[in-house]
Ligand binder design. Structure first.
Ligand code: ATP
Length: 589
């Protein structure tokens, strides 16, 4: 992000960020309003202090009326009572505001998480995982700081300042006006500070997200990094980002160091001089000594909170940028859930003139018309990059087609209820993912309607049961990060069992047997054969032995359906793409 871009982001989004914060806190609007009312009361009680002091000077100290013990004791009791009550009220309210802040951030984080998970797959094509994680964790935490500052320091200090100014106006409004000059001066300082620091803050935030992204990317690809000897190059890239982050933070800190506390301290001294000058021009009678005391006491109550407020602007700036980044993520359009059929009854598919591509790129799948009867086994083959996975992605509704439609049992796939789609259409992906959880939980994947017997039956069918039973705690052994690591082939079997456990109507296999030895593959073939007639299976395979007894094989070439038929029919096409693929594979073997 260039500095000017960063400044635009920071400034244009401050309003959006404020609206977002208000929305998140709005369920507790009443608590905030009641809290403000109590804080006003606390400020009023505190403002009474110097008035009582003035009364003591004017009525007891200067006239020497020390014999009125009862009066002085009353005064002292009033002073103590006001001070203690103000402290208790403030403590209670600030604790209550902290609860509001934490609740608002909890709500925000839940909303961001749910929103991100509901975003269409194409969104993730352009996102870097670490940067997204940074938004959901760091940025929302920074928003918490914002609430704390707005609700605690700014609100509380603002009310104290107003209380002190009101008391000064009651005593002498002309002298109060001299003190009130501090407010526009402070606004000027903060404005200047924001202009100087906003771009640096936004830039530092974006760079921090880059740093997180690089770290996440490196950790995920550690084996490749180490094997390719790329560590020094990545180290230099990391150091580069880190140095830029340091420079951006230093730029912001130097604006902070010059403008916030020192500038206000200077203003404080100037005000003090102005006030004393104001008093010097008046006749210093006995009454005026009490007034001078009260004014100096109130001046401290105006200046210190104002310093507190301005000191917060550095953090405020960062938090606003973070809130804006979270806001942008929340504005990312999610798709409305379709309201169509709630089940896939049979699993008959009709691929009707599908055209597909990514972003603004060219079409990678060109229209063809294929009807797949329910319960049949269909092989999908073709060279690398021919569009096989793209076709599966359309069936999974990860991307909408540019034209055409998939029909499931005569209903548009696009209308199928989301839960039904995910339950009745299962995928065994090319790269199976294990969660850091037990084998059982990895099989169940949150589907609480599946019994242990269902899971074990699926593991039996996927030829994984014996492997799992042999683990230290059997099905309860922790797998994945920090647990037992399965081999790539075993992971594929687990992904297969996971898919079978839900008893899908349509099963998509994306190179599901690529890492499995021939003996296991043959046994899996038997398991798949048992699904015949009950489950529609579409199997993408490079290893053609997997699909040679399929009911039909679809051959894709540069995104076009160029051949289809049984293995025997396709082998009979002299010079055909399928025949060549088989011959090439025989040569490799
Ligand atoms: N997320 C994506 N963004 C942009 N282009 C993509 C994306 N995924 C695939 N492509 C492009 O679409 C084309 C088809 O890719 P696809 O993954 O469907 O091929 P495939 O037949 O499954 O290949 P393989 O056998 O290697 O898995 C390729 O040219 C690929 O570069």
């Amino acid at each position: 992000m260039t500095p000017s871009n960063a400044r635009d982001t920071a400034q244009s989004s401050a309003g959006d960020a404020t609206r977002l914060l208000w929305r998140m806190a709005s369920p507790e609007r009443r608590t905030v309003l009641v809290g403000i009312a109590w804080l006003v009361l606390a400020a009023a009680l505190e403002a009474v202090g110097p008035l009582l002091g003035k009364h003591y000077i004017d009525h007891y100290l200067l006239p020497g009326r020390f014999d009125d013990v009862a009066g002085m004791a009353g005064l002292l009791a009033a002073l103590l009572g006001a001070g203690i009550t103000a402290s208790v009220v403030r403590y209670a309210q600030l604790t209550r505001m902290a609860g509001v802040a934490r609740n608002a951030v909890r709500r925000l984080r839940e909303q961001v998480y749910a929103h991100v998970l509901a975003l269409p797959m194409r969104f993730f094509d352009t996102q870097i995982t670490g940067a997204l994680v940074s938004r959901v964790t760091n940025d929302t935490e920074s928003v918490n700081q914002l609430y704390r500052q707005v609700l605690y320091v700014m609100l509380d200090s603002g009310i104290v300042v107003l209380g002190a100014l009101a008391a000064m106006a009651y005593l002498d409004w002309r002298l109060m006006l001299i003190v009130a000059l501090l407010a526009p001066a402070m606004v000027g300082i903060v404005w200047l500070y924001q202009r100087l620091s906003a771009p640096a803050v936004a830039q530092a935030r974006a760079l921090k997200s880059d740093i997180n992204a690089q770290l996440a990317e490196n950790l995920a690809g550690m084996a490749v990094l180490q094997a390719s000897g790329a560590l020094p190059r990545f180290g230099r890239r990391f150091a580069g980002h880190n140095a830029q982050h340091y420079a951006a933070r230093m730029q912001e800190l130097s604006a902070n160091a010059w403008l916030l506390r020192p500038a206000l301290d200077l203003l404080n001294v100037l005000l003090m001089v102005a006030l004393i000058y104001g008093f010097a021009r008046r006749e210093l009678s006995g009454v005026e000594v009490g007034l001078l005391y009260a004014f100096l006491a109130y001046l401290a109550r105006v200046v210190e909170p104002l310093i507190q407020i301005t000191m917060q602007f550095g953090q405020l700036q960062q938090s606003l940028v973070a809130a804006a980044r979270v806001g942008v993520l929340l504005q990312e359009p999610a798709e409305a859930p379709p309201q169509g059929p709630a089940r896939i009854e049979a699993g008959a598919l009709h691929l009707d003139g599908l055209r597909a591509g990514y972003g603004d790129g060219p079409d990678v799948l060109h229209p063809f018309d294929v009807r797949i009867p329910a319960g049949s086994l269909v092989g999908l083959v073709g060279h690398t990059g021919s569009g096989k996975s793209t076709l599966l992605s359309l069936l999974l509704r990860f991307y909408p087609p540019r034209a055409g439609q998939v029909w499931v049992d005569g209903q548009p796939l696009a209308d199928l209820d989301e839960a039904a789609l995910r339950r009745d259409l299962a995928l065994v992906p090319q790269e199976p993912q294990l969660m850091p959880a037990s084998a059982r939980d990895n099989l169940r994947m949150g589907r609480m309607d599946l019994s242990d017997a269902d899971l074990e039956a699926a593991a039996q069918a996927a030829r994984l049961h014996d492997t799992l039973v042999a683990l230290p705690q059997g099905y309860d052994t922790l797998l994945g990060e920090g647990g037992v690591q399965l081999s790539t082939g075993q992971k594929q079997l687990l992904a297969m069992a996971r898919a079978l456990a839900g008893r899908p109507k349509v099963l998509l296999l994306d190179e599901a047997t690529a890492n499995i030895d021939s003996a296991t593959e043959a046994r899996l073939g038997e398991a798949l054969a048992q699904l015949r007639g009950r489950v529609t299976v579409i199997a993408v395979a490079h290893r053609l032995s997997t699909v040679c007894d399929a009911d039909r094989i679809l051959v894709l070439h540069h995104g076009r359906l160029v051949e289809q038929g049984t293995h025997a029919e396709l082998m009979a096409v002299d010079g055909g793409v399928y025949q060549r693929l088989v011959q090439l594979q025989q040569l490799e073997d």
